[in-house]
Design a protein around this ligand. Structure first.
Ligand SMILES: Cc1cc2nc3c(=O)[nH]c(=O)nc-3n(C[C@H](O)[C@H](O)[C@H](O)COP(=O)(O)O)c2cc1C
Length: 194
């Protein structure tokens, strides 16, 4: 029997997807490493990111109303970490990545990232230290080599993951099941009317 213990209020989201947020800072691309990210709704398709108010990215998103969320592959650890160490407030990070643009002029998309998403700011909520920026997805960009049967394939994308507070980057492990499927037998066994 293991005793459960309350270890505080840090939620330990293990793992977090590691992303790079792109924005246009004073007319030039700027990038920051970002792990506090999630999808929230289907239609419109909204994604949220938590950005510290001191970051250059915070100002850029508020000024332009646009940003990108890029998913680096495990091969991009060094570049990803670098844009999390240097701030656009003091350093020009505009040439770290080759960029292209989709339909939004202020959402630079990273060519080397297997998946890049362009978003228009939908709503923002100012919190104590950070802001929650909710963006509406306007386009998701990838390449044929990252797809299988018309969809991005996790084994080809090879996304980068993060654990905190040990601050370690990880890769994805092996498949463990199938969603909306593997619980069916249990559902049928436990079927009880309210
Ligand atoms: C692995 C990693 C994850 C990070 N995740 C976030 C995050 O989710 N939110 C945030 O505000 N800052 C995060 N940061 C910190 C910013 O990336 C960092 O302060 C960056 O220099 C800000 O750049 P900017 O001032 O050009 O916007 C992270 C940094 C690293 C290294």
């Amino acid at each position: 029997m293991h005793e459960r213990m309350n270890i505080g209020t840090d939620p330990y989201v293990l793992p977090a997807p590691q992303t790079i947020v792109g924005s246009m800072l004073d007319g030039k691309p700027n990038f920051m490493a970002l792990a506090w990210v999630s999808r929230f709704t289907h239609t419109p398709c909204l994604m949220g990111i938590g950005v510290n108010a001191k970051h250059a990215t915070h100002r850029a998103i508020l000024e332009t109303g646009q940003f990108s969320i890029n998913f680096p592959s495990v091969d991009m650890v060094n570049e990803t970490d670098y844009v999390g160490l240097a701030s656009g407030n003091r350093t020009d990070k505009s040439t770290v990545f080759k960029v292209h643009f989709g339909s939004l002029a202020n959402a630079p998309l990273i060519e080397d990232c297997p998946i890049s998403i362009e978003l228009e700011l939908f709503k923002h909520v100012d919190l104590e230290t950070h802001s929650l920026f909710l963006g509406e997805v306007k386009g998701t960009w990838t390449e044929d080599r990252f797809m299988t049967d018309g969809y991005p394939d996790i084994t080809k994308v090879r996304p980068l993951l993060l654990s905190m507070p040990d601050n370690i980057y990880w890769s994805v492990g092996e498949q463990k099941g199938k969603a909306w499927h593997d619980g069916k037998a249990l559902r049928d066994t436990l079927k009880t009317k309210r």
